[in-house]
Design a protein around this ligand. Structure first.
Ligand code: AMP
Length: 184
């Protein structure tokens, strides 16, 4: 990631805003809980600013839209869209979007899940930044990026607040520009 320009002390403060919840939602999973970071206005603002910075004016990686993955991807995605002055596209769990959708089924640790996007969410060739809070195995982001491309997007980057490097989620996103502020 291009965290070179982000202050190390800030990254440490951001990391301290993410707490570990063992055995949630099931035994053996170490859940990264971002709610302390969200509750701190300075950390929340700094994380959104840092995620947006790589795609700001003059970055060479400007985007037309930000897409966020339900539910925690909405929090950062909406903030980054506002920071960049572009629109926001929600990628939602099956059955939540009211208009015509395209959908993708993907594999989770146990079983499968389905996510959807409105088929008219993106105009052909629009440049989209895809955002989620945590990159774990990468299946969710891989499916979401594929969905965006099926509705005409050019996915410029897939960005996360944090990645769980030991799960090698980047392998599911090979060939894509993948960024995360924090690596646990
Ligand atoms: P993935 O395995 O990359 O498809 O992750 C699935 C979704 O679950 C992502 O939207 C993550 O935000 C979330 N997620 C998966 N594992 C964790 C974890 N250990 N802590 C927090 N969120 C997680």
């Amino acid at each position: 990631m291009s965290t070179d320009s982000i202050d190390t002390a800030l990254l440490e403060r951001l990391a301290a805003g993410v707490r570990d919840i063992p055995d949630y939602p099931s035994p053996g999973i170490l859940f990264k809980d971002i709610t302390p970071l969200l509750a701190d206005p300075d950390l929340f603002a700094a994380s959104v600013a840092a995620l947006a910075a790589a795609h700001g004016p003059g970055s060479g990686a400007e985007v037309d839209l930000v897409a966020g993955i339900e539910a925690r991807g909405f929090i950062f995605g909406a903030g980054v869209a506002l920071a960049l002055g572009v629109g926001f596209v929600p990628i939602r769990k099956k059955g939540k979007l009211p208009n015509a959708t395209v959908s993708a089924e993907y594999t989770l640790e146990y079983g499968t899940a389905v996510i959807e996007v409105h088929e008219d969410a993106v105009s052909p060739g629009q440049r989209v930044l895809l955002l989620d809070d945590v990159l774990a195995t990468g299946g969710t982001a891989e499916a979401a990026a594929g969905l965006l491309e099926r509705v005409g997007a050019q996915v410029v980057s897939v960005s996360f607040l944090a990645e769980l490097g030991f799960l090698n989620g980047r392998e599911r996103l090979v060939g894509r520009d993948v960024k995360s502020l924090l690596n646990f």
